[in-house]
Design a protein around this ligand. Sequence first.
Ligand SMILES: Nc1ncnc2c1ncn2[C@@H]1O[C@H](COP(=O)(O)OP(=O)(O)OP(=O)(O)O)[C@@H](O)[C@H]1O
Length: 250
Amino acid sequence: MSSHEQIPEAVSLIGVGRVHGKGTAAVTALSDVTVGISRGSFTAVMGPSGSGKSTFLQCAAGLDRPTSGTVRLGETDLSGLNETGLTELRRERVGFVFQAFNLMPSLTVLENITLPLRLAGRKADREWLAEIVRRVGLTGRTEHRPAELSGGQQQRVAIARALVTRPEVVFADEPTGALDTVTAKEVLVLLRDTVDTMGQTVVMVTHDPVAASYADEVLFLADGRITDRLAGASAEQIADRMTHLGAWAA
Ligand SMILES: Nc1ncnc2c1ncn2[C@@H]1O[C@H](COP(=O)(O)OP(=O)(O)OP(=O)(O)O)[C@@H](O)[C@H]1O
């Protein structure tokens, strides 16, 4: 058994709080959040605007430090890492997908995908690279620049880039937010496929109940707290739960 298999949780948050600012200007973005994300699962995080979704993702991914509580990636307690350690962890053990793709315009598709490896001083495993390029449907496009691709293709490059280091977790912040419905579906099917066929762990923030319905479980945040969890829910059930949270009260 590898050490990964002995630890069922890819990420765990224990009593995590995050307060921005001080004194009368203090804003509590997360409050006493305790949750474990299982390995090989697809988790969606939903909640009204300002409920703490991005803060949750950033704390879980080591992009932001909580004010209280503990975040663990596998066995690693992130609070025990200095800035260099956190940078290495972000580079080598997690992958990121953002709403705005965040590709380097001057680099080719292949150079964008392999950038995290180059930053880590690692060589690309040719077979793995070919496999990723095939999975994201970009074979034959690897020498193109991002501007020559559609939005959906650009996001698939970003997903390939997130997968290239074989990260323990892929964190996606509104990955379909800038895409039309059809293209969004392709990206969601791809994320689902990485979970089902590669055992990837994915955590995705979304506003969209249809997107969230691709996940195994949905975590609902309200005022910085996890108020609900739904497993195997349909888009209708998720939308219904969001309405109860007051997310869409006009
Ligand atoms: N850097 C910051 N300084 C001060 N307050 C912040 C900062 N970042 C977030 N907040 C506040 O923390 C709370 C949670 O913000 P967060 O961005 O995590 O919510 P969200 O659910 O992702 O929102 P949205 O859906 O609108 O993106 C909000 O009240 C926000 O204004």
